[in-house]
Write a protein that binds this ligand. Sequence first.
Ligand SMILES: N[C@@H](CCC(=O)N[C@@H](CS)C(=O)NCC(=O)O)C(=O)O
Length: 278
Amino acid sequence: MFKTISSRGQIRIKNEIKNGLHIFHFDFSNCSQRVRICLIEKGMDCNSHPVNLLLNDHSTDWFQSINPKGLVPVLVHDGSVVTESVDIIRYIDRLYPSPGLQPEGNGNNRAMDEIIKLADSVQSQIKLLTHYFMAKTQRLLVKRSLKKFSDNHNNSDLVAFKKRFANNEFTVDEVRGAVDEMHKVLRIIDTYLIKQTWFLGDDFSLADIAWMVNIHRLDLMCFPLSRYNNLGLWYQQCKQRESFQQGLVDYEPALIMFLFKINKFINLSKHKKMFGFE
Ligand SMILES: N[C@@H](CCC(=O)N[C@@H](CS)C(=O)NCC(=O)O)C(=O)O
C-alpha cells in the first residue's frame, strides 16, 4: 500500500511530488501514525517518504522547502501541500469518501470537531511527556547535534524545545502541569464513550483515529489510563484493527522499543511518583 521512496535524493523528490499522493512521515511520530492509519483505513495507495527525525532529516533545506515548519507529517497531493495531521486526515476523507469516516448529522459533526480538536490540543503535553519519560536515552544524541540542528532548522519553537531537552531543563512543575492537563482532557474524552463502541456511536470515524495514537503513546509511558474505564475498552477495540497494526505497530522500530523498556525500568519510581501511583 505504501511505496517507499528515499527522500534523500532531494531534487528528484521535488519533481516527483508534483503528481500523485505522497506522505512524508516518521515511524514513531504519533501525528504520522494518525495519517498512516487513516490511509490504511481508506485502502489508499500512497508514496511513502520516510523522514528520519533522529537523523534530523527535517532540518534539511529540501524538507523545509516542502514544509517550512519543518515538522512531519506532510501530505502532498498532486503538488499541493497539506500539513497538520488532523487537517490531513480530514483531507484524505474528502479525497476518498469510501469508507466514510465522518458521521452523518450536525450533532455528530459538532462532536467530531470537538473530539478531534481535543486530540490536537494535547500535542504539546504529549511531546513534553514523551521527552521527559521516554526519550532520556536520546538526550546525548540531541545534545551532540544541537548546534548543527539550530543552525539549520528554521522553526525557533522546535529549536528552543530541543535546547531545553538537551540541557535537561524541563521542570517538575511543568511536567505535573502536563499530566494534570492530560487528565482533564481524558475525563472529557472518557464520557463520550459511555455505552458506545466508538466515539460517535456504532461507526468508526476520524475521531477514533485522532485519539488512538495519543492513547497508545500514553500507554507506552505507563500513564494511569486504568482510571478511564470506557477509554480502556475502546482502546482494546482500536488495537484489534488492522490499521493499528499496519500503520503503527509495524512501524515501531525494535531498537527504540527496547530503549523504552530499559528507560521505563530505570525510571519506574519517577513514573510512579509523577503519575500519582504512590
Ligand atoms: N500539530 C502538528 C504537529 C506536528 C509535529 O509536532 N510533528 C512532530 C512529530 S509528532 C515533529 O515533526 N517533531 C520534530 C522533532 O521533534 O524534532 C500535527 O498534528 O501534524
